[in-house]
Design a protein around this ligand. Structure first.
Ligand SMILES: Nc1ncnc2c1ncn2[C@@H]1O[C@H](COP(=O)(O)OP(=O)(O)OP(=O)(O)O)[C@@H](O)[C@H]1O
Ligand SMILES: [Mg+2]
Length: 231
């Protein structure tokens, strides 16, 4: 589904170059569930941004659903993002002027889903994340955990084939985190591919593969490595 070959990412600011991602190769198959772990500043968000066509690699080859990303126009990339990718951003990125319902509905409007179908999908997702009683609230009237659940509902509502989630359970208590993991796991069992950043080794264990990023270096780890650390 995704294929990275010698991909790197550098950021250049006032002649200072940060090597955010060192050259890496990675194949992500359809139906994978990959946990991305690593310390702050190691390159996890940068990796997700490249995987999700929000940023371009500095060098190397990246193919997304058999398409060489270098050959795609901005418009083609944004079409692919709205048809195939659900993002849960680290800072939620909810639109402050829109209520919960409208925030979750956005991806369906972009992909021109008919109104009746939009309503059914939005309400079903809001029910799954337990926010049906908050549909008219604006993001600033919600707790951090509730905002996080809105962001998750918005990522899932368009039934994307790939979910990129940056700490989707970071602001949730253990029960809510477990509920979100259960939703992600059941989507994965139905074939959705998931790349999920997490600081929790316990959650990482629930994925099928684990990739550790340190100082921009990606390393595949066996899940048992984490299981052993947690006994
Ligand atoms: N737009 C940017 N311009 C310049 N440097 C950047 C930019 N985005 C990220 N970086 C740098 O790239 C490196 C990796 O950042 P990244 O955000 O990917 O880390 P992260 O692993 O997601 O960290 P965290 O766990 O804190 O979210 C850091 O050194 C960061 O300062
Ligand atoms: Mg990050």
């Amino acid at each position: 589904m995704l294929n990275f070959s010698s991909v790197t990412k550098n950021y250049e600011e006032n002649t200072v170059v940060t090597q955010a991602l060192q050259p890496f190769n990675l194949q992500v198959s359809s139906g994978d569930f990959i946990a991305l772990v690593g310390p702050s500043g190691s390159g996890k968000t940068t990796f997700l941004n490249i995987a999700g066509l929000l940023e371009s690699p500095s060098s190397g080859e990246y193919t997304f659903l058999d398409k060489d990303v270098k050959t795609l126009s901005d418009k083609q990339k944004s079409r692919l993002r709205s048809s195939d990718i659900g993002f849960v951003f680290q800072g939620f990125h909810l639109l402050p002027e829109l209520n919960v319902y409208d925030n979750v509905e956005i991806p369906l409007r972009y992909s021109r889903v008919p109104a009746k179908q939009r309503r059914a999908s939005v309400m079903s997702l809001l029910e799954q994340v337990g926010l049906c009683d908050r549909i008219n609230c604006k993001p600033n009237q919600l707790s951090g955990g509730q905002q996080q659940r809105v962001a998750i509902a918005r990522a899932l509502v368009g039934k994307p084939s790939l979910i990129l989630a940056d700490e989707p359970t970071g602001n949730l208590d253990s029960q809510n985190a477990a509920d979100i993991m259960a939703i992600l796991s059941s989507l994965n069992q139905c074939g959705t591919t998931i790349l999920m950043v997490t600081h929790s080794l316990k959650l990482a264990q629930q994925a099928k593969r684990a990739i550790e990023i340190r100082d921009g270096v990606l390393k595949e780890r066996c899940i048992e490595h984490y299981a052993a650390r947690w006994g």
